[in-house]
Design a protein around this ligand. Structure first.
Ligand SMILES: NC(=O)c1ccc[n+]([C@@H]2O[C@H](COP(=O)([O-])OP(=O)(O)OC[C@H]3O[C@@H](n4cnc5c(N)ncnc54)[C@H](OP(=O)(O)O)[C@@H]3O)[C@@H](O)[C@H]2O)c1
Length: 318
């Protein structure tokens, strides 16, 4: 799906096909008007003349056919799908960074951490059995939540979990410290990080280095009571290795939001497992109204010769 923003000398043409909710169009009109830009919406993509394009999984070749592009905008925080296009134009690629995006991800992560920490499924089962079965649980400060990928989204969720009382640690590419957290980095730091995780949350971008990172070696290095929450990108998980790890009780439970094949096929064995929780890539979606404001501001900056925010580092791939 590709949305085209065609900025002419005095107007912006925006075409919103496919998955973009139509009510977002008004949000774009308002946000652009606030920047003194006139927006014209239409239903015919004006590819060749487009100066800005907004996409999530662009069809390879479509963006390369727009010689006047000045910037590309991603619908999501992840930009991996853009790099599948060998003809990706060499213009700034700007990722979506909106205030409620991080909050939504934090709701998802903290929700599942707390549900498992407080064994809510166990008490739901006890209720259905009319059974009064209290059980002691460890204090939050005795449990460690480790973020595999501790960037903007991870640190937002980590701060909330820390506030609740959990010990929070992070694994990242660079070894720059982050105040208040034990930070591990690189392949050398991975085993020590994994060994400490009662909960392991994947919030990595998909790059050649992170593809397949959740494999049998990683599961073997986790404690056998560990719960993993995967909200990064599907190809980071080797599904067959996860199924073996669950079968062999190397880990206790997997909450998975993203899959190599989406939608997850109906006959995938993960659907039926009591030790797996499946969600349909809903951990966090950007808010259209906030995104419209972000994009309008970025276009204003570019048109004024200023540097826009949140430009992807193409060497790192995120
Ligand atoms: N499921 C959903 O609904 C959903 C929604 C939004 C986003 N996501 C996923 O979440 C990801 C993270 O988003 P974000 O905004 O938090 O990204 P971000 O701010 O760029 O953070 C990425 C983190 O991953 C680390 N990292 C990257 N490559 C690494 C490597 N090879 N080894 C170790 N650490 C590595 C980075 O290390 P440094 O800190 O050293 O740079 C950083 O800590 C997105 O890319 C997307 O895949 C999923």
């Amino acid at each position: 799906m590709t949305t085209i923003l065609d900025l002419g000398p005095s107007t912006i043409r925006m075409v919103l096909p496919g998955q973009v909710p139509s009510h977002w169009a008004q949000a774009y009109i308002d946000a652009f008007a606030a920047q003194g830009l006139t927006l014209v919406t239409g239903d015919e993509p004006a590819h060749a003349g487009a100066r800005y394009a907004l996409a999530f999984r662009p069809v390879p070749g479509v963006l390369g056919a727009m010689p006047h592009l000045r910037a590309l905008f991603s619908f999501g925080a992840g930009v991996d799908a853009f790099f599948d296009d060998v003809d990706l134009p060499d213009v700034p690629l700007i990722k979506s960074v909106t205030p409620t995006h991080a909050m939504r991800m934090t709701e998802y992560i903290t929700g599942y951490v707390l549900a498992h920490h407080r064994e809510m499924a166990r008490y739901a089962k006890a209720q259905s059995d009319h059974a009064w079965k209290p059980k002691q649980h460890a204090a939050a400060h005795r449990r460690t939540v480790g973020f595999l990928g501790f960037g903007r989204l991870g640190q937002h969720a980590g701060a909330v979990l820390k506030q609740v009382g959990f010990n929070v640690i992070g694994w990242r590419a660079s070894n720059t410290p982050i105040e208040g957290y034990d930070i591990f980095s690189g392949q050398a730091g991975l085993p020590a990080f994994l060994g400490k995780c009662d909960f392991m949350v994947c919030l990595l971008p998909l790059t050649p280095e992170t593809e397949g990172i959740m494999n049998s070696d990683l599961f073997a290095a986790l404690p056998d009571h560990a719960v993993i929450i995967h909200a990064g990108r599907g190809p980071q998980l080797v599904e067959a290795d996860l199924i073996n790890a669950l079968d062999d009780k190397q880990i206790a439970h997997a909450v998975i939001d993203v899959f190599a094949q989406e939608p997850l096929p109906e006959d995938n064995s993960l659907w039926a497992r009591p030790d797996a929780t499946i969600t349909p890539h809903i951990a966090s979606a950007p808010d259209g109204e906030e995104q419209a404001v972000q994009i309008a501001e970025a276009i204003r900056k570019i048109e004024a010769g200023e540097q826009p925010d949140h430009v992807v580092d193409r060497t790192r791939g995120y």
